[in-house]
Design a binder for this molecule. Structure first.
Ligand SMILES: Nc1ncnc2c1ncn2[C@@H]1O[C@H](COP(=O)(O)OP(=O)(O)OP(=O)(O)O)[C@@H](O)[C@H]1O
Ligand SMILES: [Mg+2]
Length: 277
């Protein structure tokens, strides 16, 4: 039995250890402004495993979006390296397209095209990749159902509620079956009840698609409810202050939010955020 001959320290184990989906090492980003240099992100080290859900929290201006944009291939780091599945995402200022092709991005605003139906919006990334009409419509129909938009495929974005538009945007980001889903305050504009429902929907979708997620939010209970780990960043320069694991098994029930364990994690994070400045 090969497995029995392996110990945790043996080279064979090391050689077969799975790569993290995302490996971030010493990543920083400066911006030149009239007032001088802003160090938006400094010296960030973080590994994210396959299937892991990581929430990024921190005060406004602490570098969450900047970090997400670097991971998403939208902004080159000034320092450090980012690897997706062991492949460098950036070579100097040039992004490695094969690595970006495996990413999905959801922004605060749903950014749907107003002149396209829900189905065409969801299918657009597939169209851009040259997937044939029948196949992309079939896939988009499945995704509309997955996010609870069955029956709204022919609707236009203006005919949907904010939560429905965000679900369409999530479906669109899933259309290419991304290995890594990057979400920047996707539910920031929603009312509390819709947001709670969206958290449950997102949890279900992510578990079903086994996606790895980096999720930026200002909402601490939302971060703790959704995440396997919560990364707390502090500003000037933006860096990681602490990383907290949330041990509760998934899928999680909304009732979790009333338990003492959950509330203690939320309280501790809130206390640490309040301590800044
Ligand atoms: N393009 C840019 N040019 C100059 N400065 C920038 C640029 N983008 C971000 N910054 C600065 O970098 C810092 C981090 O900004 P970032 O948008 O990453 O913060 P954030 O944590 O996402 O904030 P929020 O919670 O408000 O969205 C801020 O001080 C911001 O002013
Ligand atoms: Mg931001």
């Amino acid at each position: 039995m090969i497995n029995e001959t392996l110990t945790p320290d043996s080279p064979a184990t090391e050689a077969t250890a799975p790569l993290p989906r995302l490996r971030i090492r010493g990543v920083g980003r400066d911006f030149q402004t009239k007032a001088g240099v802003t160090r938006a992100v400094s010296n960030v080290d973080l590994d994210i495993e396959r299937g892991e859900f990581v929430a990024l929290i921190g005060r406004s201006g602490c570098g969450k979006t900047t970090l997400l944009r670097m991971i998403g291939g939208l902004l080159a780091p000034s320092a450090g390296t980012i690897e997706v599945d062991g492949r460098h995402l950036w070579r100097d200022d040039r992004v490695e397209h094969s690595a970006v092709a495996r990413l999905g991005f959801v922004f605060q605003e749903s950014n749907l095209f107003p002149w396209f139906s829900v189905l065409d919006n969801i299918a657009l990334p597939l169209k851009l990749r040259g997937v044939g009409k029948a196949e992309r419509r079939a896939r988009a129909t499945e995704l509309a159902e997955l996010v609870g938009l069955a029956g709204f495929e022919k609707s236009y974005p203006r005919e949907l509620s904010g939560g429905m538009r965000q679900r369409a945007a999530i479906a669109r980001s899933l259309s290419t079956e991304p290995d890594l889903l990057l979400m920047d305050e996707p539910f920031g504009a929603l009312d509390a009840l819709t947001r709670e429902r969206m958290n449950l929907e997102l949890q279900r979708i992510v578990l079903q698609t086994r996606s790895t997620v980096v999720f930026v939010t200002h909402d601490i209970p939302e971060a703790v409810f959704l995440a396997d780990r919560v990364v707390h960043m502090t500003p000037r320069p933006g860096r990681i202050r602490q990383i907290l694991s949330v041990p509760d098994a998934k899928p999680r029930d909304i009732e979790l939010q009333t338990t003492p364990g959950f509330n203690e994690i939320v309280r501790n994070l809130r206390h640490d955020l309040d301590e800044e400045e």
